[in-house]
Design a protein around this ligand. Structure first.
Ligand code: NAD
Ligand code: MG
Length: 339
């Protein structure tokens, strides 16, 4: 696996060009500000009625309607939600995709599944920070960076990699490392990870554990602590030092239970189901289903979201977290008024 750093980047490739960042959410905010502070000529493209407009202008960024920003730019970075990207592209960006322009993404979804089909004489690349926007910004601001993935989908001018590497360096990625991958690999592993392990697998595991305990007559508060609350400690240890470090830190009793009982819960049958999810990702069936769901106004999404919010684990959690004053205040990762 190739890893690039600042010293490998030719900043001249980017500094003589204008960048349009379309969208000013988690990634748009971070990338636009980092580009600006790296001396890159950047403009933010937003809808006329966008609530982000004031925030971007306050940060000293130039804001234009999406179509105008795209028209003025050499490189357009699409940072709107993936389910809206094809529509934003078709309505405001496509007309500016003339020969010699660069179209970039931070996730391969739209290109890999053909929801966006740029002309062949436009360069298409991906620079994907492996972290949320607030971290991409804060690491850059303290002189460091978040590792980035770099991929090239089509390269008519022969310099898409050079430009992508310069972009990654300008947002701080070159200080941490830039790893080369492909649109297919990034998209399919990203979807699989969030479905089978990080989000889907984890929340289903937590709920199943909570339900097993409460259905057996144990207090929901105890079930919440054991199946959800303590997850953070374990994940912090895994994050810092992998499985061995986590096992080093827990008791021998916990470790013996972990090593002998874990594989009883997650076993060959679970992996067979994981492979079935992966097949739906690889065939594009999941992506098409998600885009259909959006066109229909997200009825199933909203329904499932509501059901989940009413689950007893969420109710008991809301009450228990009031006993944890350190969770309030300014240190929260999510403040619904701001992000
Ligand atoms: P987001 O939801 O935080 O922000 C989206 C922005 O797009 C908002 O400013 C919103 O106002 C704007 N927007 C929404 N609809 C629009 C429309 N119709 N026209 C114009 N603007 C519109 O999105 P995000 O999380 O920053 O994701 C952007 C891209 O970055 C996605 O491709 C995502 O997969 C990728 N990405 C995200 C993360 C992350 O941690 N959030 C990490 C890596 C890659
Ligand atoms: Mg991901």
């Amino acid at each position: 696996m190739k890893v690039y750093y600042d010293r490998d980047a030719n900043m001249g490739a980017l500094s003589e060009r204008r960048v349009a960042v379309v969208g000013y959410g988690s990634q748009g905010f971070a990338q636009a500000n980092n580009l600006k502070d790296s001396g890159i000529d950047v403009v933010v493209g937003l809808r006329g009625d966008s609530p982000s407009r004031a925030k971007a202008e306050l940060a000293g960024l130039r804001v234009l309607p999406v179509a105008q920003a795209a028209a003025e730019a050499d490189l357009v970075m699409m940072l709107v939600p993936d389910e809206h990207a094809p529509d934003v592209y078709a309505r405001h960006v496509a007309e500016s995709m003339t020969p010699g322009k660069y179209l970039s993404f931070s996730h391969g979804f739209s290109i890999h599944y053909d929801f966006i089909r740029p002309p062949e004489d436009v360069s298409v690349l991906m620079v994907a920070p492996k972290g949320p926007g607030h971290l991409v910004r804060s690491e850059y601001a303290r002189g460091a960076g978040v590792p980035c993935l770099l991929a090239v989908h089509q390269d008519p001018a022969g310099d898409a990699r050079e430009l992508g590497l310069a972009y990654a360096a300008a947002i701080g990625g070159g200080r941490a490392g830039v790893i080369e991958t492909t649109f297919r690999e990034e998209t399919e592993t990203d979807l699989f990870g969030e479905q089978a392990v990080l989000c889907g697998g984890l929340t289903a595991l937590i709920k199943a554990g909570f339900e097993t305990l409460t259905e057996a007559g144990y207090a929901p508060e105890m079930a919440y602590f054991e199946c959800l609350h303590e997850m953070k400690l374990i994940v912090d240890l895994l994050y810092e030092g992998g499985i061995s470090e986590m096992r080093y830190s827990i008791s021998n009793t916990a470790q013996y239970g972990d090593m002998t009982r874990g594989p009883v819960v997650v076993n060959e049958e679970t992996k067979r189901r994981m492979r079935a999810l992966l097949a739906e990702i690889q065939s594009g069936a999941f992506a098409r289903e998600w885009m259909r769901e959006n066109r229909a106004g997200k009825p199933r999404f909203r329904d499932l979201e509501r059901q989940s919010e009413d689950h007893p684990i969420e109710q008991v959690g809301r009450n228990l977290r009031e006993m944890m004053p350190w969770l309030g205040g300014g240190g929260r990762l999510v403040d619904r008024a701001k992000n």
